[in-house]
Design a protein around this ligand. Structure first.
Ligand code: NAD
Length: 290
């Protein structure tokens, strides 16, 4: 079987092109889409994600304000800052970068983000709306997975989708989105996790496997049925034999070639699309004010 390697960067470029028309319309009405990214502490991988958001945003004339709050402060200070951003009419979207250090009350912080500016769907109120199938924003990574499927004309209706990973930012919201009665949904969904007994039993039954675990090479070709679509959300920093850092996914890429009908590579698969979905949510938030 020929395996199609999905080009996430090309998909991201197409979305960027589409979004550029909306941003131009907004700018013509004197609305400059603007987001605030808040870091609590200085986690290197989230700082690097913010850098890439800023780079892509600049191509779309989107403004990104970065705020770093020192780790030795408290919830009250962080929530005060978020409320200030909620009230700032020039700011359309707020992203709190993870990880939020464990010394902070994560729940209170996320609940304080205005649901109308919550562009990565971190506020539990918006996450609840995703479960109900009515939402202003869904989290960007599950949206990225759905967008990849849509762009490749992979319809999940009546299909069995097995999601490996049950996190609140990927697995669980994705399961809810795939269950929506309507376009992009109507799938039969199984969610597997660290306590799932006999993972291959489930993955072998899947028409589509989405993996978001954070374990390099967890999913191998012999765990799939022929023709399965494989979407790899994982991003793992591994060190090669020659000591070099390399990003790999959760799928043993070489072993699925010839078995899967489609596979997303890492890097260059879901990741670039995710960032564009975040910006798409921002533009939705900015448009709401028109
Ligand atoms: P997480 O640590 O919050 O959740 C991991 C999930 O994997 C858990 O639900 C756990 O039950 C499950 N799990 C762990 N070991 C397992 C096993 N052996 N078998 C089956 N399930 C197992 O992680 P997360 O935040 O959801 O991220 C998952 C991966 O996706 C990470 O590599 C992360 O870097 C990546 N990620 C990528 C993007 C993107 O845009 N591409 C966005 C977010 C996260």
């Amino acid at each position: 079987m020929k395996t199609i390697i999905i080009d996430g960067r090309a998909i991201a470029n197409e979305i960027r092109e589409e979004l550029s028309h909306t941003t131009s319309d907004l700018i013509a009405k004197n609305i400059i889409p603007r987001m605030a990214v808040l870091h609590i502490g200085e986690d290197p991988s989230s700082l690097s994600y913010t850098k890439s958001i800023k780079k892509i945003s600049s191509k779309l004339n989107i403004e990104v304000d970065i705020y770093t709050i020192e780790e030795n402060t408290n919830d009250v200070h962080v929530i005060k800052e978020i409320k200030r951003l909620n009230d700032d009419k020039k700011i359309h979207g707020i992203l709190i970068q993870e990880p939020i250090p464990s010394s902070f009350n994560r729940e209170d912080i996320l609940l304080s983000i205005s649901p109308f500016k919550d562009i990565d769907c971190m506020n539990p109120i918006n996450l609840g709306r995703v479960m109900r199938g009515e939402f202003p924003f869904a989290p960007s990574t599950p949206l990225g997975v759905l967008k990849v499927l849509e762009q490749e004309n992979i319809d999940v209706e009546e299909k069995h989708v097995v999601i490996v990973g049950r996190s609140t930012i990927v697995g669980k919201p994705l399961a809810n989105l795939l269950l929506i009665k309507g376009k992009g949904g109507n799938a039969t969904v199984t969610v597997c996790h660290s306590k799932t007994r006999n993972l291959p039993f489930f993955t072998k039954m899947a028409d589509v496997v989405v993996v978001a675990v954070g374990r390099p090479k967890l999913i191998k070709g012999d765990m799939l049925q022929h023709g399965a679509v494989v979407i790899d959300v994982g991003i793992n920093d591994v060190i090669d034999k020659d000591g070099k850092h390399r990003l790999v996914g959760d799928v043993d890429f070489d072993s699925v070639i010839g078995i899967a009908s489609y596979v997303t590579p890492v890097p260059g698969g879901v990741g670039p699309v995710t960032t564009l979905m975040l910006l798409s949510n921002l533009i939705t938030a900015a448009t709401r004010k028109v």
